[in-house]
Design a protein around this ligand. Structure first.
Ligand code: PLP
Length: 405
């Protein structure tokens, strides 16, 4: 008998390694604070969901068709209309198993080998990886501290148009950008929409972190301003739980039904859909406020630790919300230089180059997720990272301020 490896076709990814648990100072991923999982509320809503909707679980998709549980779609639409300025109904909503599945469905239905797509220069790495796997050419939209630099995006679109290339879409995370934490101002949203209309390129708007803002106003969603050129992707991963696997796409009904045709999982979990439908009806708003307040506190802790440990050698821009800080190291430095030595000390981080598209983008950046770690671990982890940096690169200078009790 051949080994198992011969059972698999060529060209598939390497097997996942055996799970060894998280590193001591695990700054990667988009996990949330375990203390912020709304255990009591969710337990109560799960019981209510089962009592109210249990019989519908006898049917695939709870008998509501391939777009997902109707009541959840109503409540997602209602919430979007109330908080994100849209005017949608359940017919505009496709429920997905996490927004990652939503992105996969959009990619599969919109992008083929050799197609061009535009992504923000620093972006959600898994979104870029997925598109690369499909053989897409990814062009960066340069960013500044407020998000997409519209003039430079216009130049890119013009250059492509001259060559007869029309990108399949512009992928943007405009409200609490991952990884930079910026919010695209209203005026730029309008300018982006003008570009999308003029060049005939749809916008995919990913609002994964948008509800978790730190006391700043959010402009209306791009979808609400231009439903004719926008597809919206949302998620409950960062507000309720990443493990719950629930997200949604919002778009014109004909788009939603087209994308649903590629969803081949016989429906997203009914229990999860019913549970979240109940939570949206009662408890979700106040839950989000609690989560945001807890995140602000952790942001203060990690920012103070970075300032204390790295001094002026590293810049940290305050994010408008979300789970991450994005650090900028001195000019010419590649943060991947720290990866191996950090790993040995049990410190894992996301190097900026892996969260960027385009040559040399993000080399001097580094992303730290601060949401899931206790305060003491945040402080000790940043101190340990600064020590690794000193040993590898000679900065930040070690002095009295770096000696932790
Ligand atoms: C910008 C962005 N979009 C989408 C996702 C996918 O999230 P999920 O599939 O858990 O909804 C993530 C996860 O980190 C993300 O950061």
């Amino acid at each position: 008998m051949d080994t198992y490896t011969t059972w698999f076709r060529d060209g598939i990814p390497a097997a996942v390694p055996p799970w060894k648990g998280y590193a001591a100072f695990n700054f990667v991923g988009g996990n949330i604070d375990p203390e912020m999982v709304a255990i009591d509320d969710l337990a109560e809503k799960a019981a209510a969901a089962m009592r109210k909707h249990g019989r519908a679980m006898a049917f695939y998709n709870m008998g509501d068709g391939p777009l997902g549980f109707g009541l959840l779609r109503d409540r997602v639409a209602e919430r979007m209309n109330r908080t994100r300025g849209t005017n949608v109904t359940r017919d505009n909503v496709l429920i997905t198993s996490g927004s990652g599945q939503g992105l996969d469905l959009l990619n599969q239905s919109m992008v083929g080998e050799g197609d061009t797509v535009i992504m923000e220069q620093h972006t959600y790495s898994a979104a870029a990886t997925r598109l690369k796997k499909l053989g897409a050419t990814i062009l960066p939209a340069p960013l500044d501290s407020e998000g997409i630099d519209i003039d430079r995006l216009r130049q890119t679109l013009q250059a492509l148009a001259t060559k007869g290339v029309r990108p399949r879409f512009i992928f943007t995370i405009p409200t609490v950008q991952n990884p930079t934490g910026s919010i695209l101002p209203l005026e730029r949203r309008h300018q982006l929409i003008d570009l999308a209309r003029n060049f005939g390129v749809p916008i995919i708007e990913d609002e994964c972190y948008s509800e978790l803002t730190f006391g700043v106003e959010r402009p209306p969603s791009i979808y609400s301003l231009a439903p004719d050129v926008t597809i919206y992707v949302g998620s409950f991963s960062k507000t309720i739980s990443p493990a719950i696997r629930l997200g949604y796409i919002i778009a014109a009904p004909e788009i939603v039904r087209q994308v649903a045709a590629l969803k081949s999982d016989s429906g997203t979990s009914a229990m999860t859909q019913a549970l979240v439908a109940e939570f949206l009806d009662d408890g979700y708003d106040s839950h989000i406020r609690r989560v945001s307040d807890a995140l602000i506190h952790k942001l203060e802790v990690i920012t103070a630790a970075v300032n204390r440990e790295f001094g002026t050698s590293v810049e940290v821009e305050r994010p408008t919300g979300g789970l991450f800080i994005w650090l900028t190291f001195p000019e010419g430095f590649d943060t991947r230089r720290l990866t191996a030595a950090a790993d040995k000390q049990g410190i894992i981080f996301n190097a900026g180059a892996d969260w960027s598209v385009g040559a040399d983008a993000g080399l001097r950046n580094l992303r730290l997720c601060f949401a899931h770690l206790p305060e003491k671990v945040l402080e000790d982890g940043v101190a340990a990272l600064a020590q690794v940096c000193f040993e590898e690169a000679g900065f930040p200078e070690r002095g009295a301020n770096s000696v932790r009790q």
